[in-house]
Design a protein around this ligand. Sequence first.
Ligand code: GLA
Length: 708
Amino acid sequence: MSAISFDPARGVWLLSTARTSYALRVDETGAPCHLGWGPRLTLAAAGELRTPPAGESSSFAGRPAAGEELPVDGGARYGAPSLRVRFADGTRAFEWQQVGHRTWEPAPGTAELALEFRDRHYPLDVTLHYRVHTGTDVIERWTVLRNTGREPLTVLRADSAAWTLPPRDGYRLSHVTGQWSAEGLLHREPVPGAETVLTSRRGITSHHANPWVMLDAGDATEDRGEVWSAALAWSGSWQITVQRTPDGRTAFTGGAGHDGTALPLGPGEEHTTPPFAGVFTDGGFGAASRAWHAYVRAHVLPHPDELRPVLFNSWEATGFGVSEQGQRELARRAVELGVELYVVDDGWFGGRRDDTAGLGDWTPAEKSFPNGLTPLIDEVHRLGMRFGLWVEPEMVNPDSDLYRAHPDWVLHFPHRTRTELRNQLVLNFARDDVADWAHAWLTRLVADNGIDFLKWDMNRAFSEAGWPGREDGHDLLWTRYVQNLYRVIDRLRADHPGLRIEACSGGGGRVDLGALSRTDQAWPSDNTDAADRVSIQHGYGQIYPAGTMAAWVTDVPNQLTGRTVPLRYRFHVAMAGVLAIGGDLARWTPEELAEAAELVSEYKKVRHIVQHGALHRLRGPGDDGPTAVQYLTGDSQEALVLVWQRAPRHGTPRPVLRLAALAPEARYRDTRTGEVHHASVLMGYGISPELPIGDWASAAVHLVRVEG
Ligand code: GLA
């Protein structure tokens, strides 16, 4: 059976992935309706699916609020609309009329369905897109809108897709909330009998919420149970609305933009929404996360097969006080630890001595780098490391030459305060001249200096988001800003195929599938306290893979929290992602440097398991006990278990960890102790890794399959 099939007799479309099916049809009114999303079905079986019958009808009921592929604002619909438009004459309702459909294979192993509609009267085409790939159960969906008329229209809401869940009792919603330096706090709570809005109104993905959801019927665990999940590929404002209707249905709709934003669509213009991908699994939350991780590696990241280098970042070591001499010294120490990529963070340019000045003036500060960056970069390359640089291209300090020359380049409204956050304003990247300016200096900087890596930062939310001088600018900018941001990064990558990029927004303010599709890794949080990091990483890893999760080992007491935890614990926590060092190496003792060098070399032996393997969360960070994760290579040849203990009460028994998904008949050797274990014991009965006595104990257990 092909991945996309159609039953003309019943009008049923069936999308099939390896383990799941998704069925829909166009109903009598012309509206695309949902039939089912769950375990795999044949086309004949899908023919039995029915749109769930509406409950008691009354003149107040209207169409069910759940059950359409893209519920519009129009007709007797009263749920959260996925599509709301205002036509030139002020008419708002949309009426579906199907005009056709297309299926094709854009690439081997990929199949696409486009269901084409138009409004019954007004000049607006709406096409629903579905894409499935061999080897993943993730289904990608997005919508294309086209104004086929001669007058402008306004799109008040253009979600990428709405997802309907099968009737079940007691749905729960899993999602993350947070704030700066405390991102990714996982919540798992009952879906209330109402609308629940997850959103960012900040112009960025945000630290406060992240555009994904998981829903389960209240009974899923880490290892078992049905989970429906979706994630949006967009790095600006966004909104996902989950609804549980009074008649017991559950659905959610999501897309770019927040309440009150709109998108002008001129005559002949087309708008493609970002993808809102979804996956169903009956293997619990763990399987849902692994499905996302595998999908991100196979279909999102530009260079999924590369192992990420161990990097050093100067931020916590030197703050703004970067100089050629100081960086040379740090680089020399870093290379001795085994660092492969040396990154100079903020402070290297213009009049930047603190956060009050300089953003926008992207030339090396003369005092600190009298001969430019080249001598330092040459030295870093000579030492055998790659060179990376921090940039914040979307920002300007009012105290900068750029702002003095172009005060109109920032987001602003006339007669309104220009609210500064961290003493900076947001450049209006929606303007082509601003985006082109950024591309021009970035591409020159990278080319002139042989830069291998950029940390692309964005350190504040939007405010007074206006674009004076362009009639529809205040509306357009929310979308155009992100599109131009993507365009600049895409051009830069095309100019410099060897360039690698880290996505950062004051930590995890811009982590999403859109950002990851054009960068190589992300900075999940400015909080580098290893103890806090355990739960931040737990939230991050729900959707995003460890191979994208940069994690630094920094100094103690931690700059942010004042907490002191052992070097080993800090390393073991950072080894769960892309290990990096961010401490002031000049202050590390010879013993610490030696231990660090050993741990870096240990990490290099296992990083392929972490960065490319499958994550199994053996024990979450929820209680007093230790947190433990396991990574497993695709061929089950090697596993790595990391265990982190906080401060156990005396008498707490040593934890027993049951490993997951090993080759059942095989035996595995612990590379440290040399002991050989049967997989059946490791999985069925568990191991109890030795943890040193005391607070902040940790362990890394590397298991290699024994042949024969
Ligand atoms: C942000 C980043 C930090 C650092 C500073 C520099 O906060 O998240 O890692 O780069 O900016 O100003």
